[in-house]
Design a protein around this ligand. Sequence first.
Ligand code: HEC
Length: 132
Amino acid sequence: MTPRTLTTALVAVVLGACQIQPTDGIDEEAVQRLRGLQIPAEMAAGEDLYNARCSLCHGYLALGTRRGPPLVHRIYEPSHHADEAFHLAVSQGVRAHHWRFGDMPRIPGTTRQEVDEIIRYVRFLQREAGIE
Ligand code: HEC
């Protein structure tokens, strides 16, 4: 390998490692299933609240963006991040610890009841992706 191809290879590895894929943590089949889902009527309120207040960072269908991690991810399954973690995240914000997106700000003006609706929607998406 010449020094030049070695440099190219190293740059590719470094860039690859820095790129967090929005769908890390679930497989492509699960992503397709989520994209094709009909959201049940009882989740509609949670879906609207989620889209208005969380999706900017956590993404459409909670699949993540460049600003925040996917919530449809194994590390956020109920046994790792119980519902209370959602209440805390919204009321206090989150100091960056699992990822490199930076801190999550607290989301003012979101009531506990609204967070419960959001949790119901996110847990539904997680279940559909096989995360329980
Ligand atoms: C401005 C961007 C942003 C918005 C808006 C946002 N989040 Fe976050 N959130 C983040 C980031 C970044 C993290 C990851 C922090 C880490 O662990 O590195 C995170 C982490 C979380 C976590 C994990 C907390 C933990 O204990 O590890 C939960 C739950 C969460 N967010 C829920 C929500 C909900 C619900 C909303 C909407 C009401 C929301 N977030 C809106 C950026 C955001």
